[in-house]
Design a protein around this ligand. Structure first.
Ligand code: ZN
Ligand code: ZN
Length: 346
């Protein structure tokens, strides 16, 4: 009796019960789903898992490997598994993956292989469906008081919208997209896919460009039993921008701060800083952001000779005490189109 119990009942080798080789041979340690479907959006490449769409952030090869790997089931007792994959794409909607798995099962080295067929199915994703259907939830209107927003402000607004979209898309907010950015007669219209992105872009614009925000929701219908609103975010930029050079009481000042109808200004004549009311502004000259470099040809007392940046012709300007100039150096000037003189700004 003692002898009978010490051999493998399957192969007769000496063993206490079933030997490791026979145990390993008996276990179905490698299982593969022979066919898996993968649903993707032909426009943006997003993948659908159940009801959820996600952006595909990996290349085709990595994606194939991931899908094939998920079709594979390995026995929990397998140790040190190594998986090798090769694949071919015989047609745009079929991929065949050959998998070879090696590992150790009950101390016995095992090797197995299987094939997975990936069937690619095209379906328009939630985001592309909304974009192509013209769906939107908000419009950010960038406007300014008594003027059109400058090109610089509109460029900055467009950049803020795009950066916000990138950030939200990367965070997985697929429906927070920007569907269009359009220049209008009186400013910029930014059309967005969700109220969340609309709110973020509008508030960022206000804090960056110094505007006031008002929101105007409008009920446009119902979708899946929920009321659907479209929101107009009106961003009203102030009449004057930081860096504007304006004429106050016959002198040039640069706007350094705005708010509540008052301007904090820097006097480009005597370098004094003070506040003026917006109503005291006689006219607008330009913005220091548009100033040009001019070459200084000579400096004599309170007269500076420069070359007109446009024509390179010699021009004389009155020196200002706050600006140090050197012969052969450059200074920043803004042309006052009304007087055809140059304003020294830096
Ligand atoms: Zn055996
Ligand atoms: Zn898509």
């Amino acid at each position: 009796m003692e002898i009978l119990r010490s051999v493998c009942p399957r192969c007769g080798k000496p063993s206490a019960g079933l030997c490791n080789e026979c145990r390993a041979a008996e276990v179905e340690w490698l299982k593969c789903e022979p066919r898996v479907e993968s649903i993707y959006c032909p426009v943006c490449g997003s993948q659908r898992h159940g009801k959820t769409w996600t952006d595909t952030l990996v290349d085709h090869e990595t994606l194939v490997h991931e899908i094939a790997y998920s079709a594979l089931t390995l026995h929990p007792d397998l140790r040190g598994a190594e998986i090798a994959m090769t694949f071919k794409d015989p047609s745009p909607n079929r991929t065949f993956v050959d998998l070879t798995v090696t590992g150790t099962l009950y101390g016995v080295e095992v090797t197995g292989s299987c094939q997975v067929k990936i069937v690619w199915i095209k379906e328009q994703c939630d985001r592309c469906n909304r974009i192509s259907g013209g769906y939107y939830e908000g419009i950010i209107q960038v406007r300014a008081v008594d003027r059109r927003p400058s090109d610089r402000e509109m460029d900055q607004a467009a950049r803020i919208a795009e950066e916000t979209e990138d950030g939200l898309q990367e965070a997985g907010e697929r429906l927070s997209f920007v569907s269009s950015i359009e220049e209008m007669k009186d400013g910029l219209d930014i059309v967005v896919g969700s109220q969340h992105i609309g709110h973020i872009v509008a508030s960022t614009l206000c804090s960056t460009l110094g505007g006031k925000l008002s929101t105007h929701p409008k009920l446009v219908g119902e979708k899946d039993g929920k009321r659907l609103y479209r929101v107009t975010y009106l961003v009203r930029l102030p009449r004057f921008q930081i860096g504007d050079v304006v004429v106050v009481r016959g002198g040039y000042v640069e706007v350094r701060g705005t708010g509540h109808g008052r301007l904090q200004v820097y006097d480009l004549g005597d370098a004094s800083a003070h506040f003026v009311s917006e109503d005291e502004v006689e006219r607008f000259v330009g913005n220091v952001g548009d100033a040009q470099n001019a070459l200084v040809t000579y400096h004599d007392g309170d007269v500076i000779g420069i070359l007109d940046p446009k024509t390179q012709g010699p021009v004389e300007c009155r020196a200002v005490p706050w600006l140090e100039v050197e012969d052969g150096g450059t200074i920043r000037v803004l042309r006052d189109d009304e007087t055809e003189r140059f304003v020294l700004v830096g």
